[in-house]
Structure formats: C-alpha cells, structure tokens
Design a binder for this molecule. Sequence first.
Ligand code: ADP
Ligand code: MG
Length: 255
Amino acid sequence: MEPFFAVEGLTRRFGGLIALDNLSFQVDPGMIFSIIGPNGAGKSTLFNCICGLYEPDAGRVLFQAETITGEKPHRVARRGIGRTFQNLELFRHMTTMDNLMLGRHLHMRSGVWSGATMFHRGSRAAREEQEHRARVEEIIDLLRLHAARDRYIWQLPYGTQKLVELGRALATKPKLLLLDEPAAGMNLEERQDLIFWIADIRDELGVTILMIEHNMQMVMGISDHVLALDFGRAIASGSPREVAADPEVVRAYLG
Ligand code: ADP
Ligand code: MG
C-alpha cells in the first residue's frame, strides 16, 4: 500500500553544505510524528522542501500516492498540507478573526481580490467565503479563541498568538499539518496546553501532524513516532522512548 506521506532519498545542498542527505521516512495517517535534532540538522530545510519553498537536489516527496516534489507552495497547500513557521508570521495590527479569515487567501488560488470584490450572492467566491467563515468559527470553538477573536494580535499573550497561528494553518483544512517548533518561546503552562491542543486537532479534526520540536517534554508527551536528524541524516527513528535512549541521539544532543 502507498504511504499517506513519505520522503524518499531527499537531498538538498547549499553550496558545499549538505543540509539534507538522502533522507527517507514515512508517516501514517493520524500519527503525531516528531522530528528532533540539533540546530542546523536540516529540519526547517526539510519542511521547506515539502512545502515547495525549496527545490530538493534529489529525491522525492509523496503525498496520498502522488509525487509532489517541486510543486509551488500554493499547490502543495491546495493538496492539504498546511504549516506554521518557526517565527510567528501573523499580521500584528489585525485581529485574530481577520488573521484566521486571511489564512485561506494566503494559501489558496482564489486571491484576496476575488474574495473581496466578487460578492454577488451565490457566486463561487461568496460561497467559498461563507464556507471559510464557518470553518473559522469551528476553529475558534476548538481552540477556545472567543476572547481573542476581536483583539489585535499585538494585544495577545505570546501563547495565544501561537495558537492563532495554529488556527490560521487549520483554516486551510489541511490533512497534514507541519508545525515548526510550535512550543518555542512558551512557558511550561503554555506548553502543557499546547500538548492538549495538538492532540485535539488530531483527534477531533483527523489531521496528521508532522512536528519539529526541541522541547523533549513536548516530544515525549505527545508523539507516536520520533525521527532524530543530524547533519541532514536520520540517526534514530522509533518510539519516543527508543529514540530518547539511543546512544547517537544522546551524543548529538550532549556531545
Ligand atoms: P534546523 O532547522 O535543523 O536548525 P536548517 O534546515 O535551518 O536547520 O539548516 C540546515 C543547514 O542548512 C544549516 O547549516 C543552515 O545554515 C543551512 N541553510 C538552511 N537554509 C539555507 C539557505 N537558504 N542558504 C544557505 N544555507 C542554508
Ligand atoms: Mg529550524
């Protein structure tokens, strides 16, 4: 059977540097799959190759039995791969609601202008807009963002901002969601909440999660499977317990 998601022999160089070195792995539907590894291991490069921001030098990316390697970011998003970024990419002078509503326009083909100007009742754009609004309401409920809905992003605590970014990625109805260090900059309480949100997103929305995360408490607490990278290669792969005990992983982190 074809895997839900897989990368095969993925390689990406920057000049003489090999950021991804013949990397292969696969992800089953409904998994929370985590990727760990020291700074510079190639984790963000991997996400950029999956999303179409970088073109790999070799290898391929498979999603739902199709090769998607080298497709443009909006096409990859259309297929149902959403993502958040390592640094917040929200519009700080807009409200939570507006950021969530914009989620679609940022990734989808029908641009901001067709959404804003073609407001004839019954038109495709109007119908899409309505569907999207319903989806956004669902996300506000799921992530309990009611209190933040009409506030500007800059007014919100950092943990809530990260939650809005998560919501914005969900607004595009992804089947696979890529999270790049979702717990970065969070305090203990925010991290513990985030563990619940991510589990809820998988359980309630059926979204498969591929997550880069440094915080081992997060990774251990939530993952079905962990892949450890170093110098663009897989050095360990298995259950969180197995990977945390792996001598190569211990060396890469402590050495
Ligand atoms: P990680 O996310 O695991 O910290 P990255 O994927 O960001 O690592 O980076 C992997 C390696 O590739 C690093 O050595 C980094 O400097 C290099 N790299 C990443 N992106 C670029 C780029 N656009 N140009 C040049 N080098 C890059
Ligand atoms: Mg990174």
